[in-house]
Each structure stands twice: as C-alpha cells, then as structure tokens.
Design a protein around this ligand. Structure first.
Ligand code: MD3
Ligand code: FE
Length: 203
C-alpha cells in the first residue's frame, strides 16, 4: 500500500518485508566490519542513536562538523560496500514513488535502543537535493515526526513499522523531521531495537 503523506513523500507500507531476512543478514555483515558507534555532534554531545554506514561514502560527525567521508574514521578503512540487496531495494522503492534512476552512494544505518531519539533536523549535507532520500524501518516501531521548511512549523506524527519504506523527494526533501524516544518492546526478528537505513545520493 502506498500512502502519499506530503507532496513528494510516499510511505510504502511493508515494502521491505519480502527481503527482511536478507536485509538483516546484510546489516550484520556490515556491522561486523564497521561497528555501530555513538558519534559526537559538533556541539560535543554523544548521539543516543548509534550509527554506521556502507557505500562509497558514509555520514560522519565530530567536533569539526557533519560531512560525508570515504573512510570510516574508526579504523581508517573504506566503508563496507553497499550490498545489492540493500541497493536494489532502495532503487525499487524510489522507482515505485516516481523517482526512477535513483543512484544512492551512501547508506546510513541508525540503531535505536529503547529511549534513543533523533531531534528535529533537516538533511542538507548532500550535494544534490533533486535526489530523494529512501528510508527503511526494521524492528521495533517508532513515532516519526515531520514538519515543514521551518523548524517552528508544527510537526505531524505517524508510526513507522517493521518493513515500512519512506521515499522523500521533491518539495518534501528539505522538511524538518525527527524520531521520538523509542518505546521498549521485543521484536520477533530484531529484539529490543529499531534499525533504520537511509539511502542517499551524497555526492
Ligand atoms: C524527511 N533518520 O538519518 S528516517 C536521518 O528513523 C534520519 O532514523 C530517521 O532522519 C530515522 O537523517 C528518519 C526518514 C527520513 C529520512 C530522511 C529525510 C525522513 C526524511 C529527509 C528529508 C525529509
Ligand atoms: Fe534525517
């Protein structure tokens, strides 16, 4: 089922369910080589969400700012390659939402333990805002919020469940969005966590 939640933003309910086990296996392999870590914001706070990346570049933050980098700063190795099961899912979801030709070069992997949250922010570290961002939710459900182009625009809330895929492009590409503190629970495949993948064209 495809739900248009805002102009340019499509929620594909359960789109990733058929590949759930392959996706989780691929994520485990990535995390074996580039472990989840709590990165430091430029302001000096450790993020409650743990992150890693795969693809040609990965998103990093530290005291000097946010950026995309070809190497994992923890170990100074290139990020793991983007597995085809991830890449093909992202390309398929983008096409389903009207963004044929999406060519992601980065996949940020976020892990939420109970209580972890992501404050309202815009994703604007990418070069080309005409490419959408594709997000895949796995594990425990979370309340996602998205507002408008100004931080002060009142956000709308809705739930993201295991297997849901969101495609954000066009007019919605730069809206403020965030995730409320994760409620504890026990997911049959992932246990007490939520994993979110965001596919981006960074360069
Ligand atoms: C709307 N992640 O990694 S995914 C992020 O669930 C991020 O981990 C959240 O925000 C998470 O930057 C939300 C949905 C999402 C991702 C990117 C967007 C929504 C977006 C970019 C623009 C507008
Ligand atoms: Fe974001």
């Amino acid at each position: 089922r495809r739900e248009e939640i805002a102009p340019g933003a499509a929620l594909l309910h359960g789109f990733a369910r058929p590949q759930e086990r392959d996706l989780i296996g691929a994520i485990e392999a990535i995390v074996g080589r580039a472990p989840f870590r709590h990165m430091m914001t430029p302001g000096g706070h450790a993020m409650s969400v743990a992150m890693t990346s795969c693809g040609r570049v990965g998103w990093v933050t530290d005291r000097s700012g946010y950026r995309y980098a070809t190497h994992d700063p923890q170990g100074d190795r290139p990020w793991p390659e983007m597995p085809s099961v991830l890449r093909d899912l992202a390309i398929g979801a983008a096409a389903e939402a009207g963004f044929a030709g999406f060519d992601p070069d980065a996949c940020l992997i976020n892990r939420y333990a109970p209580g972890a949250r992501m404050a309202l922010h815009q994703d604007r570290d990418e070069q080309d805002f005409s490419a959408p961002i594709v997000s895949v939710s796995l594990g425990l459900p979370a309340i996602f919020q998205f507002g408008g182009m100004a931080r002060s625009d009142k956000p709308r809330r809705f739930e993201l469940r295991h297997g849901d895929v969101l495609v954000w492009g066009g007019e919605s590409r730069l809206v403020y969005h965030g995730v409320l503190a994760l409620k504890d629970g026990d997911h049959e495949l992932l246990g007490r966590q939520r994993i979110n993948l965001t596919f981006r064209k960074a360069l």
